[in-house]
Design a protein around this ligand. Structure first.
Ligand SMILES: [Zn+2]
Length: 299
C-alpha cells in the first residue's frame, strides 16, 4: 500500500511538472518594442501581449478596463520606465496583480532634459532609451533575467536566445556606426516631430532638433514653430522627418514654408504593423538609419 501511494505521488508530481513545463508564461508589456524583445528571448515559452499596439502613440494612451483584466491574468508585466508609462501605476493599483514588474531600462543612466513648457522645473529623464542599441542590449538582459527568474526550467533556452540576439544587436550597432561615419559631420542635422531620437543622436553623432518635447501630449505652440523655422535657417538644416505615431500635416507645412526636404517617416515610439517595414526592433533601427542616411548622403 505504502509503495502504491509513493508511486501515485510520483506520477502526480511528474504530471504537474510536465504541465508546468508546457504552460506558456503570460507576459504583458506596455508597448510594441518590448513585445518584440520578449518574443525573441522567450520564444515558444511565452505568450506576449502588448498593451499599446504597433503604430500607436504611447504618450497619449489611455488604459481601458480590458487591460486591467489582462494584467490580472499575467505572470509578468514589463514596462519601459523613465516616466514613459505615466498611466501604469494607477492601472496596476486598480488590479489585484501581485506578480513581478520588470522595468526594462533598469541600469541605464538616462539623458535628462528640461521641459520647454516648464524651464524652471527640474530636468526630466528622456524615456526613449531604445534608440541607442547599447541600451537595447540592457533591455534584453533585464527581460531575459525576469524570464529566467519566473521559469528557471527553461533557462538554457532563454540564455541561448539572449546570447544570439545580443550578438545581432552588437552587429546592428556596428553597422549603424559605419553608416553614419560616411556622412560628414556638418551634414548630420535633421528635424524630427517630437524629441524621441536624443539617444540615437548622442550615440551616433547626429544633431536632431525636434518640433515638440519628449512627449507628444501637447500641441506645439506658435512660438515653438517660429523658433524651429529660425533654427532651420540658422543651422542650414536640410531635411525634416515625420514619425509613424504623429500628425504629419504641421511638419509638411513647415517644410513647405522653409523650403527644406521632407525626408520620410521615422519609427519613433512604436513598431509598424504587420505589413509595414519595421515589424521587429532590428527592422525598426535599420529602416530609420537607412531613411536618415539616404537623405543626409544627398545633401
Ligand atoms: Zn516619444
Amino acid at each position: 500500500m505504502r509503495i502504491f501511494l509513493i508511486f501515485l505521488l510520483l506520477v502526480s508530481s511528474m504530471r504537474s511538472g510536465w504541465a508546468d513545463k508546457d504552460k506558456k508564461l503570460e507576459v504583458v508589456v506596455s508597448f510594441s518594442i518590448l513585445a518584440d524583445f520578449t518574443k525573441v528571448i522567450g520564444g515558444a515559452h511565452v505568450r506576449v501581449t502588448s498593451i499599446i499596439p504597433p503604430d500607436s502613440d504611447p504618450h497619449v494612451y489611455q488604459p481601458t478596463p480590458e487591460v486591467a483584466t489582462l494584467i490580472s491574468h499575467a505572470d509578468l508585466v514589463i514596462m519601459n520606465g523613465l516616466g514613459f508609462e505615466g498611466w501604469i501605476d494607477r492601472l496596476l493599483g486598480a488590479t489585484d496583480y501581485k506578480g513581478l514588474v520588470t522595468i526594462a531600462t533598469q541600469g541605464i543612466t538616462p539623458r535628462t532634459l528640461l521641459d520647454p513648457a516648464l524651464p524652471s522645473a527640474p530636468p526630466v529623464p528622456d524615456p526613449h532609451a531604445w534608440h541607442d542599441v547599447r541600451h537595447a542590449m540592457v533591455y534584453v538582459k533585464n527581460i531575459s533575467d525576469a524570464l529566467i527568474r519566473l521559469d528557471p526550467a527553461h533557462q538554457k533556452d532563454y540564455k541561448a536566445r539572449t546570447r544570439s540576439y545580443l550578438q545581432q544587436l552588437h552587429n546592428l550597432d556596428t553597422w549603424i556606426r559605419g553608416k553614419f561615419s560616411r556622412i560628414p559631420q556638418k551634414r548630420r542635422k535633421i528635424i524630427s516631430a517630437h524629441d524621441a531620437f536624443g539617444y540615437l543622436a548622442a550615440r551616433y553623432g547626429i544633431k536632431i532638433y525636434a518640433l515638440q518635447g519628449i512627449s507628444t501630449e501637447s500641441e506645439p505652440s506658435a512660438r515653438q514653430i517660429a523658433d524651429l523655422v529660425q533654427l532651420i535657417h540658422k543651422h542650414h538644416i536640410c531635411a525634416l522627418f515625420s514619425e509613424n505615431i504623429t500628425n504629419h500635416q504641421l511638419l509638411e507645412q513647415i517644410a513647405h514654408e522653409t523650403n527644406i526636404e521632407t525626408g520620410g517617416v521615422l519609427y519613433s515610439d512604436a513598431l509598424s504593423g504587420d505589413t509595414g517595414p519595421a515589424t521587429t526592433y532590428l527592422e525598426f533601427m535599420r529602416y530609420n538609419v537607412t531613411t536618415l542616411c539616404s537623405v543626409l548622403e544627398q545633401n
